[in-house]
Design a protein around this ligand. Structure first.
Ligand code: ATP
Ligand code: MG
Length: 215
């Protein structure tokens, strides 16, 4: 399956989640390719650290920030991996648009707080545009770096406002802001691999992966 983690808004956790999801799938024994679609190359650098760890299952990684190259590479490589995870770069990038045409599933993380929620308008437009060319694009959204208190006003507001965006299906189990997510991703790992294990973070990522892959 091809999964794209994308949002036109920066800093919402695209790279953090893409790495955590890719590593969680590799840990499940899947053959994974992680595509860094961002010129900053953060995901590729993190996977470089992972490669030094012989105890962890490997993840293939490539950087294709250019949309037309991403598209041609996806067409060539999609049959060769169990899962392809794309960290689609920032604002309206060509990589994001190219990914939306070929991906099976899009995951749109956003943070609680009005600026991020407004930005959902932009990604919704891109999803609409992609769906005019293909009607089978599945698009989910999830609150990332949520408040640890599930009843916090920020979390509630963020969950309520999403109902205005009908292009996106809301995943109701959030990813909370936890050091484990950022620390794990920095080393090219998922929270289930990063020691000491944070059981709450592990449970959150497990629920997300289950919802996305449904296998
Ligand atoms: N669930 C989380 N818990 C704790 N920290 C997080 C979480 N998600 C993201 N972060 C931190 O927030 C910052 C931004 O995350 P990240 O780089 O993944 O966002 P991005 O959407 O890829 O940003 P960019 O648009 O710059 O590529 C990073 O410092 C990251 O470690
Ligand atoms: Mg990023």
């Amino acid at each position: 399956m091809i999964l794209t983690v994308g949002n036109t808004k920066g800093g919402v956790g695209k790279t953090t989640l893409a790495i955590n999801i890719a590593a969680a799938r590799a840990k499940q024994g899947r053959d994974v390719l992680l595509i860094d679609g961002d010129r900053q190359g953060t995901a590729q650098t993190a996977i470089g650290f992972r490669a030094e760890r012989e105890d962890l299952p490997g993840i293939a990684c490539a950087a294709y920030p250019d949309g037309s190259i991403l598209r041609s590479q996806l067409l060539q490589q999609r049959g060769k991996y169990d899962d392809i995870i794309i960290d689609a770069g920032g604002r309206d990038s060509t990589a994001l648009r190219a990914a939306l045409i070929l991906t099976d599933v899009l995951l749109v993380p956003y943070r609680p707080g009005s600026f991020d929620v407004w930005a959902l308008e932009d990604i919704s437009e891109l999803i609409k545009e992609a769906r005019s060319m293909r009607d089978d694009l599945i698009a989910y959204t999830i609150i990332n770096a949520a408040d640890a208190n599930p009843h916090s006003i920020d979390n509630r507001e963020a969950a309520e406002i999403i109902t205005d965006y009908t292009e996106l299906a809301f995943l109701s189990t959030p990813i909370v802001g936890r050091k484990a997510f950022s620390n794990a991703a920095g080393g090219g790992m998922c929270v289930q691999e990063y020691k000491p294990i944070d059981p709450k973070a592990s449970a959150e990522l497990e629920a997300l992966v289950k919802a996305l892959f449904n296998d």
